[in-house]
Design a protein around this ligand. Structure first.
Ligand code: LHQ
Length: 288
């Protein structure tokens, strides 16, 4: 069964910048500013964070699927948002050198919106799946890459757009890119800011899978439904162990695995999984 609700409107033209629905135990979040390629405003960023908080605390939610409406996934920060829009001459498009443009602290915006959002995503107590339905640029690309499994439609692409506007990759980009594709390819993406088509993103190991555009949502939903029926707590600890392993010695990784197995071994889901296997019946997992 599918249910849908939208959060309170953020005001203005953005009546519902985020759509929220539920299919079984899968919470679906759809970025919904198609006229601006779903670019992030502070309103959308806030709603996204609240929606992830809600999914994290709702015991009935066992996976989160994130996508975008229209032809794009997300064009990153909305550069016309009053919080960051630079002052310039609207007629010539040039920065007025005589009137010192008022600097707006972009770091502040990151501190208040992007960092909490990226941390919330990375620490979700359920698996996260991103269905990248079109271009994912700047913070939009890195938000997608922060999900556990990323599927993209064949016409989708990833752009580290930051260098083109004089910024460094944010929303976790520096950390994620080097780990996902290594330093050489991370630098190529981040310095040149060129479009990486979905198929090449899959070949490089930046994303899990590239699928036909028409199949994207159904394929992503199959993956999300499958994960939602699996032992959630073990899946989330698997993410934590893999992330931690990057900074651990081999022996310390072995010890972390043993500590996690120690805890999981007493939990319902292991007992259920092993009992179900031995009695040749399907398991019913419930730990979160
Ligand atoms: C947009 C945007 C956009 C507003 C398309 N904003 N309207 C964090 C904190 C603080 C500050 C700065 O940054 C960050 C992190 C970041 O995310 S930095 C990176 C910000 N994003 C970009 O620089 C990407 C800008 N967009 C593009 O390069 C292109 O739009 C892409 C390559 C994404 C798509 O190109 P096209 O398919 O050719 O579409 P388009 O350019 O024609 O865009 C369609 C409309 O969407 C258009 O509006 P219009 O009214 O003319 O139809 C664009 O102005 C609007 N739009 N991105 N980020």
């Amino acid at each position: 069964m599918s249910t849908a609700h939208t959060p309170a409107a953020a005001g203005g033209a953005d009546e519902a910048p985020l759509l929220i629905s539920t299919e079984g135990a899968v919470r679906v979040l759809t970025l919904n500013r198609p006229q601006a390629l779903n670019a992030f405003t502070t309103g959308l960023l806030s709603q996204l964070r609240i929606a992830l908080d809600e999914a994290a605390t709702d015991a009935n939610v066992r996976a989160v699927l994130i996508t975008g409406s229209g032809r794009a996934f997300c064009a990153g920060q909305d550069l016309s948002d009053p919080h960051i829009k630079p002052e310039f001459d609207e007629h010539t498009g040039e920065v007025d050198v005589h009137r010192k443009p008022k600097a707006k602290d972009i770091g502040n915006l990151l501190d208040h919106y992007y960092i909490p959002l990226a941390l919330r995503l990375r620490s979700m107590p359920v698996p996260t799946i991103c269905a990248v339905n079109g271009v994912a640029a700047g913070a939009g690309a890195n938000f997608a890459l922060g999900c556990d499994l990323v599927l993209a439609g064949q016409s989708a692409s990833f752009i580290q757009a930051f260098s083109k506007i004089g910024l460094v990759p944010d929303c976790g980009g520096t950390w994620l890119l080097t780990r996902l594709v290594g330093r050489a390819r991370a630098l190529q993406l981040a310095l040149l800011g060129d479009k990486l088509p979905a198929e090449q993103a899959q070949q490089w190991g930046l994303i899990a899978r590239c699928v036909a555009d028409a199949d994207l949502m159904s394929e992503a939903m199959v993956v999300a439904q499958k994960l939602s029926k699996m032992p959630t707590r073990a899946l989330v600890q698997t993410r934590q162990a893999l992330d931690a392993s990057m900074d651990l010695e081999f022996e310390d990784a072995l010890k972390l695995e043993a500590r996690m197995q120690s805890q999981l071994g007493y939990a319902h889901d292991y007992l259920e999984g092993a009992a179900a296997f031995l009695s040749k019946r399907p398991p019913v997992f419930k730990d979160r």
